[in-house]
Design a protein around this ligand. Structure first.
Ligand SMILES: Cc1cc2nc3c(=O)[nH]c(=O)nc-3n(C[C@H](O)[C@H](O)[C@H](O)COP(=O)(O)O)c2cc1C
Length: 368
C-alpha cells in the first residue's frame, strides 16, 4: 500500500518527509522565557520520532504577550541563545524539521498554567496589564484587558517582526502564526471579543484587518524560501461567534499574502463553548477551507489512529495532520503509524538498528 500520510510535501523551500506534524504544546517551564534542559528532552524525543515537522510551543513575542510567567518567549537575546541550543540539538540528532509557533495571548495573558487553575493572576502573583481589541474579559472573573490603541497595535506588529528575525537567526525551518485558541489575533477575528467601532471592528473584513497586517509584516521579514503558516480556530462554538464562512474568507486573504498553510483547529475564545469532540472532528472544516480558499491545510484534534490520519490525507480533507497528546503518549507515533500503514518513516542513523525490516523474526511480513 502506498501511504499518502507518509508521502512528502513541499512548503516553499522546505521539503517534509511526511505529513505528520507534532502540534505545538505549551510547556509552562521556561525560565524567564528561555528554553532549558526540559526542552532538549521534550523536543529531542519528538525530533527522533520522525514526524516530518515538530512545532515548538506557543512562544510570546513580548513579555505581556505570554500566557504565564513560565511560558516561552522570543524577545530577548538570552531567549534566542537558549532556543538555538534546542534547535541545534534536535537537528544534530533528530530527523524532523523544526518550526516555532509565535503568538500573543491578548486578554488570555497573565494567568496561571492550566494545571494550577488557569485563572487570571492576582497582583500578589505579579499580574501584568493585558491587551485586547476591546475591554472585554475572557470570563467574568478574569482581568479586564485594555482596549488597544493604534500605538499598541503598532507595537504588537513590531514585536512579531522582531521575533521573526530572531527565529531566522535561531535556525527554525518554519513559523506558525497563532491566530486561534482565543489569543490576541483570534480576539480580533471574533465578533464576541472584538466590539471595536473603528476600521478594525464590525464587519468580518474589518475584524481580519489587523491579523492580516501582522501576517504581511511577518512574511516580509521571513526569508522567501521559508514557510509561514497560520493556526486558526475555525469557529467559536458559541452562538454569535466566528463562522466557518468568515474563516474561509480569512484563509483566502492569507493565501493572497503568501500563507503556506492554514491549520484548522477551533474554539477556546469563550468559556461558554460547546465543542462536539470526536476523533478528527476538525477535518470536515479543514476540507471546506482547503476547497474554498484553495490553501494547503493541516488539521488537528483527537487524531491518534494511523488509519484515521491516512484517511484524512487520502480523502483530500487536509494536506497534513497534527498530533499533540498522541505524540506525548508515543513520541515514536510516526514510526508505529508507518508500520501499521505498511510503509516506513525516517529513522535517525542511531535508531536504525530497531528498524522493523531488520527484525523480521518479530515483525514478519508487516515490514515495509
Ligand atoms: C499540553 C498541551 C499544550 C498545548 N499548547 C498549545 C500551544 O502552545 N499552541 C497551540 O496552538 N495549541 C496548543 N495545544 C493544543 C494542541 O496543539 C492540539 O491542537 C490539541 O491538543 C488537539 O490535538 P490532540 O487531540 O492531538 O491532543 C496544546 C495542547 C496540549 C495537550
Amino acid at each position: 500500500m502506498s501511504s499518502k500520510l507518509f508521502s512528502p510535501i513541499e512548503l516553499r523551500g522546505l521539503k517534509l518527509s511526511n505529513r505528520v506534524v507534532v502540534s505545538p504544546m505549551c510547556q509552562y517551564i521556561s525560565d524567564d522565557g528561555c528554553s532549558n534542559d526540559w526542552h532538549l528532552m521534550h523536543y529531542g524525543q519528538f525530533s527522533m520520532g520522525a514526524a516530518g515537522l515538530v512545532i515548538t510551543e506557543s512562544t510570546g513575542v513580548s513579555p505581556e504577550g505570554r500566557i504565564t510567567h513560565k511560558c516561552a518567549g522570543l524577545y530577548s537575546d538570552a531567549q534566542e541563545v537558549a532556543a538555538k541550543r534546542v534547535v541545534d540539538f534536535c537537528k544534530k540528532f533528530g530527523a524532523a524539521a523544526i518550526g516555532i509557533q509565535l503568538g500573543h495571548a491578548g486578554r488570555k495573558a497573565s494567568t496561571l498554567p492550566p494545571a494550577l487553575g488557569g485563572r487570571s493572576l492576582t497582583r500578589d502573583e505579579n499580574a501584568w496589564t493585558t491587551f485586547a481589541p476591546s475591554a472585554l474579559p475572557y470570563a467574568p472573573d478574569w482581568q479586564v484587558p485594555k482596549a488597544m490603541e493604534r500605538s499598541d497595535m503598532d507595537k504588537v506588529r513590531a514585536d512579531f517582526v522582531s521575533a521573526v528575525q530572531r527565529a531566522d537567526r535561531v535556525g527554525y525551518d518554519l513559523i506558525e502564526f497563532h491566530a486561534g485558541h482565543g489569543y490576541l489575533m483570534h480576539q480580533f477575528l471574533s465578533p464576541l471579543a472584538n466590539q471595536r467601532s473603528d476600521d478594525y471592528g464590525g464587519s468580518a473584513g474589518n475584524r481580519m484587518r489587523f491579523p492580516l497586517e501582522v501576517f504581511a509584516a511577518m512574511r516580509a521579514a521571513w526569508p522567501a524560501t521559508k514557510p509561514l503558516g497560520v493556526r486558526v480556530s475555525a469557529v467559536d462554538w458559541v452562538e454569535g461567534g466566528l463562522t466557518l464562512e468568515q474563516t474561509v474568507a480569512f484563509a483566502t486573504e492569507l493565501k493572497k499574502l503568501g500563507c503556506d498553510y492554514v491549520d484548522v483547529s477551533s474554539g477556546a475564545l469563550d468559556p461558554r463553548q460547546q465543542v462536539p469532540f470526536a476523533p478528527g472532528y476538525h477535518a470536515p472544516m479543514a476540507a471546506r477551507v482547503k476547497q474554498e480558499a484553495g490553501v494547503v491545510t493541516r488539521t488537528v484534534g483527537l487524531i491518534a489512529d494511523a488509519r484515521l490520519a491516512e484517511q484524512i490525507i487520502a480523502s483530500g480533507q487536509a494536506d497534513m495532520i497534527a498530533i499533540a497528546r498522541a505524540a506525548m503518549w508515543d513520541p515514536r507515533w510516526a514510526w508505529h503509524a508507518a508500520l501499521e500503514l505498511g510503509t516506513e518513516a525516517q529513522y535517525p542513523i542511531r535508531a536504525t538498528p530497531c528498524l522493523p525490516k531488520l527484525r523480521p523474526q518479530i515483525f514478519g511480513t508487516r515490514t515495509a
